[in-house]
Design a protein. Structure first.
Lengths: 343, 343
DNA sequence: AGCGTCGATGCAAACGGTTGCCGGCAGACA
DNA sequence: TGTCTGCCGGCAACCGTTTGCATCGACGCT
């Protein structure tokens, strides 16, 4: 039983093929292979295959200063918004020959800082951050650093850094107008934390839209997080203080679910008694009870575009920051309906 | 405007602190710090902080042969089963100081092979594979390699490699018995690919259970994948060939959703006309229409245990392979009910 | 005073590649 | 046959750390 010997190094390949180590290096490198005599090339490649040679990426990275890996940090991969986004990023990175280092921060700054530090230590060639606050200390530290950076899904208020985010403004506008056009006049907004760009922007858009429509009875609340529990808790508050509300636009789908649950618990049925529109159109949103009317954001594309942007930043670090808005569209399903006639 | 200079190296810190580079190295390393004079130690650490020094992980890894990263490959991070599993792994790895390299293979062997090769090149210290077939060429290649390996969620038939998988057998048994105890006598099984351990094991368990219960009218079909579309397609087939079936155990929750959709399309309502039990209890399973009765597998734990196992394998590569079964429990919700009285 | 001990630090050789530069050799040409 | 031209491939430095070993000064002891 041959003990699992240490894997062969370039030197071993070179010796076996009877060439100098530098020649072996060139043979195994797409870009430099052309410099070699075709026969030598072939010979080296064959012996490399025979030996099961595999380049040591760390050694290569050390020399070339390119790790071919990028780091992505999300609040929580378990939140249904992120898997498609991660997948989009993964796919374009993969095509570009890069690997993805992933981590979840739970919106904990300390944790995020540690994880990003670890990624930087492992010499990632760039960073995809999906956890930014509007005024984010970590992002501020990083923007002056030398790793290319692109923000995903959320951005910061002061620009100067590349980002790929949904068109929050237009989305929330469509949501509110949809409710209005169904006949709702007493609307509420239950959004995510105002400290995030999409919390704030969707809120601003809602406010502006209801003002434009001339609605008087409106309420706007801020949930502590973009999740079901926060939606539930905030809706309790809403329904107590504004029991006459008939339509609510939620900061995202998870909030919408929590809102619907809180309403149901009080005997307020969706969509009969209250209409709710979500945001994102996460996976399975159409299979829920009730199927969610929502603003569909192409989550995969968000990740993919962000990765593309990052790749171009890696190639040209002096490229100007750019923020791309991914637009969404209203998807009408079962969680919205006209208000009761009596209303 | 100071151009972003290259980040400081250990040498820079050493010079700034007036010590030799090796002393600086020892100062910055927990394990060797005790060797130094406390004052020197302090001085070095302060100058390192001042310079914003950050160790170059690649150089360190090259020397120490430990990258402190592990690779995880899943079929598709977009499949709701995986995010919690990935998260579980991530959390324990993070605590152990490791980073996670993630990739999705779409059950494509070539792609998986390339991705694993990339991970191995980047010198991961271990591999978490969640895409194994019962007889998997890639796993076979890898088991003889020198990277510790643990299979997640699915395992191979011939043992010899560590794995953390759900207790498929017990789960499917409980599902079938639940339907039986509700009064169903004409059961069907719509499972995932038999080439996977959980496809095959759940199927075997179903077969054995219905035999034990003495049921005659049973059917068992194999879907081409563990997803909604496959469930839908397979259910079409099932409902055509076995229209009298009243209860079906599905290979997982996504298949269950597809089955319910196919039934609904034919006017067969769940749970009134047909009962369906899923597997996994994925996120939001309880919020679907109808809320899914399912076998709950603690997906987070699967990933966490797998990561723990891998860590112990990294520490002691000669440790014996071990497979741990994570047990599930039946969660009764709205997709199952007694068959119609007339039945 | 000489010597052994010991704590603190310096020295230099790796780790496994990449790459600018240079030299050698073959073929062409006169 | 001597020189020039190119193509191939060797040489060696370097990427940034870690670490076994050597060194060195101080100190205690006889």
């Amino acid at each position: 039983m041959a003990a699992a010997r240490r894997s062969p190094r370039l030197k071993d390949v070179a010796e076996a093929a009877g060439v100098h180590i530098s020649t072996a290096s060139r043979a195994l490198n797409e870009r430099t292979a052309a410099l070699l005599n075709p026969q030598t090339l072939e010979r080296v490649r064959e012996t490399a295959d025979g030996l099961g040679y595999r380049v040591n990426g760390m050694a290569r990275a050390l020399k070339t200063r390119r790790s071919l890996s990028i780091g992505m940090v999300v609040p929580d991969i378990t939140n249904p918004f992120f898997p498609p986004t991660v997948r989009g990023a993964e796919d374009v990175l993969d095509r570009a020959g890069y690997s993805l280092l992933l981590s979840s921060t739970d919106n904990d700054l300390g944790k995020a800082r540690r994880q990003v530090a670890a990624m930087l230590e492992s010499q990632v060639d760039g960073l995809l951050l999906a956890m930014a606050l509007r005024d984010d200390p970590l992002v501020n530290e990083l923007r002056s650093g030398n790793a290319p950076l692109v923000l995903v899904n959320r951005t910061i208020d002061r620009g100067g850094v590349s980002a790929v985010v949904p068109d929050d403004f237009h989305g929330a506008l469509e949501a509110a107008e949809h409710l209005y056009s169904l006949g709702h006049r007493r609307l509420a907004f239950v959004g995510g934390p105002l400290a995030t760009s999409n919390g704030a922007r969707r809120r601003a858009s809602f406010d502006q839209t209801v003002a434009r429509l001339g609605l008087k009875e409106v309420a706007a609340l801020e949930a502590v997080a973009f999740d079901e529990d926060a939606g539930y808790a905030t809706a309790q508050d809403l329904l107590t203080r504004h029991p006459r509300v008939t339509g609510v636009v939620a900061g995202n789908d998870l909030l919408a679910i929590g809102i619907i649950a809180a309403a149901a618990e009080r005997g307020i049925a969706c969509p009969q008694d209250i209409s709710v529109v979500g945001f994102n159109d996460m996976l399975l949103a159409g299979r829920l009870q009730p199927p969610l009317t929502t603003i569909r954001i192409p989550q995969y594309d968000v990740g993919a575009r962000a990765a593309e942007l990052l790749m171009s930043l890696v190639d040209d670090p002096d490229r100007n920051p750019e923020t791309v808005l991914i637009s969404g569209e209203l998807v009408i399903r079962g969680s919205t309906a006209a208000p009761r006639a009596a209303d």
